[in-house]
Design a protein. Sequence first.
Length: 360
Amino acid sequence: MKITDVRFTAISGVPLKKPFWNSIIRTTSRDSARVEIYTNEGAVGMAPVKEGSRPFIETSIKAKLLGEDPLRTERLWQKMYMGGTRKPVAKGEYIGAMSAVDNALWDLKGKILIQPVWKLLGGAQERVWAYAAGGYYEEGKGLRELCQEMEGFVKHGFRAVKMKVGWPGVSLREDAERVKAVREAIGPDVELMVDANNAWYANTAIRFGRMIEPYSPYWFEEPVRADDLKGGAKIAAALDVPVASGENEYTHWGFRDLIESGAAEIIQADPSICGGISQWIKIAALASAYHLPMSPHGDASIGSTCTAAVENGLITENYLTAFLDESVEPVEFRDGYIYMTERPGLGIVWNESLIQHHKA
C-alpha cells in the first residue's frame, strides 16, 4: 500500500454573534479544516487541522509522503521532521502541520488494521474522565451569566469544568470573585479548573493563586508564558494548587525540559500541536517516568484517543460552546465520561453535508 495524495479541505468560517476572549486572544469566528491522506488501495485517513497549516501540507509535507508506506508512521514522522528539504524546526506552525498529518496517518493505520487507535496505542482505559471548557469573557457577561454557563455544564453531566482568568480588563480581585462565584454555583463536588492562558509574571500568578486557593481549584493552568520554565517552577513550589501546562510546547524534547524544570505538575500536550499522536505517546511515557498525569489540550476526539491509550491519562478537554467544531459529530459522553468507540481509526464521524456546503 502506498500514499497517493495528501489533500487539505478548508471549511469556511462562521462569524460569531457574540465574540469571546481569554486573557490574550479575541475570537470572532469559528472555522475548521481537514487533512486527508489517500492510498492506492482506497483507504483514507483524516484528521482536523488548522487553516494556517495549508501551505506546509500542500507543498513540502505532501512531497515527502507520496509513494510511502502509510503504516510506517515513525519513519514518516522523521521524514517530515528532517526530510532533506528544510532545516528541522523544534517549535511552531510547521510542527503543528506535521501534527495533523501524523494524526491522519494514525487514523489511516487504524482503518487499515480495522482497529481503533486508542487500542493500537495501548488501550489502557475504556472510558475517560472529561471536563467542559468555557468561562470566557464576553460583552455583557457578568457573574450571573458566567455561573449559569458553568451550571449548564454540570446539568449536561460534567463533573469538572474550566473557566478563564487573567484578562487585563479586570483586576485580580475581580477575577478572584469570578472564581468564588463559580465555586459557589457548582458546589464543592464538581472540580473547577482555572486557566490564565499565559497572562502573568510569576509573582503576580502566585499572588492570584493564593487568592483563589480557598475555592479549591483542581489546577492552575498556564499562569505564565510557555517559555518561562523558571517562573512556572516557582509557582509550582509556592502553591498547593497543581500547575498544569504544555499546550504551547512541542515534541518530546521540549517536554523533557518542561518536566525536568518542575514547571508543570499536569502535562497538557496537545496532539494537534505537539507533533501528533506519535509524539504525544512519547511525551506520555516521559511523564509517566516522572509520575505525572497527562491531560491533553484541545479536540475531544483525538484527546480522548490519547488519554484512553495510556495508564497516566487523567482527563480530556471538551467544548460544548466556545470552540465546538460542528464539522465532526460529538464524542459519546455521559455521566462525566467519554466512552471510547470501537470504530477503526480515530473514530471521528465527519459531518460531510456541512463540510461540502461550507467548503472553502
